[in-house]
Design a protein around this ligand. Structure first.
Ligand SMILES: [Zn+2]
Ligand SMILES: [Zn+2]
Length: 366
């Protein structure tokens, strides 16, 4: 079938809107009519070749839509179902078996290789291969092929066009707090970076009952938003003394810290802000040669921990419906982060994500 897609053809260049051919779904695959898709910073990083994803490629990995057709063997969803497409996994490695598909041994292959595991792509143009299968979906298009392993059926009571970002950015921030760090009622939490991931973490920290919630960001508007969403304190590091200010607020440091910036100096501050037995989570995409330094005694003598986190340790089938329930009950108002754009304005949406004008852009396919 013919589809409309935004194709990334060159490093750090605007996406081009083109007509492509999309194959029928194979065994275990699902054809989804994309209603809307979020823009995540990973899309931008892949456009700019932070990791060597092959081009030309259709990016997009926060797709929400309606099942159009299912391939042979698919039992999880049926045509007409409302769905969200999340990250993909192999379904049969040790981590997948242990319900940790976010650490799938083939995570890179299933999400970033730009093709199916046999090297083929469902996308082409005039017989020439276009890379696809980005995060098992390539949802910067009005139709996408995904897999039984990364599709999540969602309630028809929820506003479908708002749900895509739950598949990556929002799930990452909220999951880091709820699933990874397991922030508890009455504890203290600090997030470094108040973009869509950091603000999702703030909302989740409030939802689970943290009583001291500190947001750190250089943009004052984001700190205002963080306060609106549940932060009890905000710090603009431009004033200096971030760690000292956190110590003043908490006495002994925070029980939980989360870095969303992926900047080594900021991660060090997050570690230095920890109370004894505190844990710091890191989840941002650094370049492949980034190294971190810490004071060994500061970690060892007080049982502090550093924890790597991918996709908020979320099993999407379980966690996305939970976030939808919290949203519908008004306890996770992530719609406040969203700005909608028509598909024709996708480059504008990406630019607004880069400059910070939009916290979480969503593209409506129309
Ligand atoms: Zn796996
Ligand atoms: Zn993402």
């Amino acid at each position: 079938m013919k589809i409309h897609a935004a194709v990334t053809r060159a490093k750090a260049s605007p996406l081009s809107l083109e007509t492509l051919d999309l194959d029928d779904p194979r065994d275990g695959e699902i054809l989804v009519r994309v209603v809307a898709t979020g823009v995540c910073h990973t899309d931008i990083a892949m456009r700019d070749q932070t990791y060597p994803v092959p081009q030309p490629i259709v990016l997009g990995h926060e797709g929400a839509g309606i099942v159009e057709k299912v391939g042979r063997g698919v039992t999880k969803v049926a045509p007409g179902d409302h769905v969200v497409m999340s990250y993909n996994s192999c379904g049969h490695c040790d981590c997948c078996h242990e319900h940790a598909p976010n650490y799938c041994h083939d995570f890179f292959g299933r999400n970033f290789a730009g093709c199916r595991s046999d090297g083929s792509s469902a996308l082409s143009q005039d017989g020439k291969l276009i890379h696809g299968n980005f995060f098992g979906q390539s949802s910067f298009a009005n139709f996408a092929i995904c897999h039984e392993t990364n599709i999540v059926k969602v309630s028809k009571d929820a506003p479908l066009e708002l749900l895509g970002p739950l598949a990556c950015g929002i799930q990452t921030g909220a999951g880091a707090v709820i699933n990874s760090l397991k922030v508890r009622p009455g504890t203290s939490f600090a997030v470094f970076g108040a973009g869509s991931v950091g603000l999702s973490a703030v909302m989740a920290a409030r939802a689970v009952g943290a009583t001291t919630i500190i947001a750190v960001d250089v943009v004052d508007d984001r700190l205002t938003m963080a306060k609106e969403l549940g932060a009890t304190h905000t710090i603009n590091p431009k004033g200096g003394a971030t760690v000292e200010t956190i110590m003043k607020i908490t006495g002994a440091g925070v029980n939980f810290a989360l870095d969303t910036s992926a900047i080594p100096a900021v991660i060090r501050q997050a570690m230095e802000s920890l109370a004894p037995r505190g844990t710091c989570g890191i989840l941002g995409a650094s370049s492949l040669d980034t190294e971190l330094t810490f004071n060994a005694m500061h970690i060892m003598t007080a049982g502090r921990k550093l924890q790597g986190i991918v996709e908020g340790d979320s099993t999407p089938e379980v966690f996305i419906p939970q976030l939808i329930d919290l949203f519908l009950q008004g306890r996770f108002p992530y719609d406040k982060l969203v700005k909608f754009y028509p598909f024709s304005d996708i480059n504008h949406a990406i630019e607004d994500a880069e400059t910070g004008k939009a916290i979480k852009p969503i593209i409506r396919m129309g």
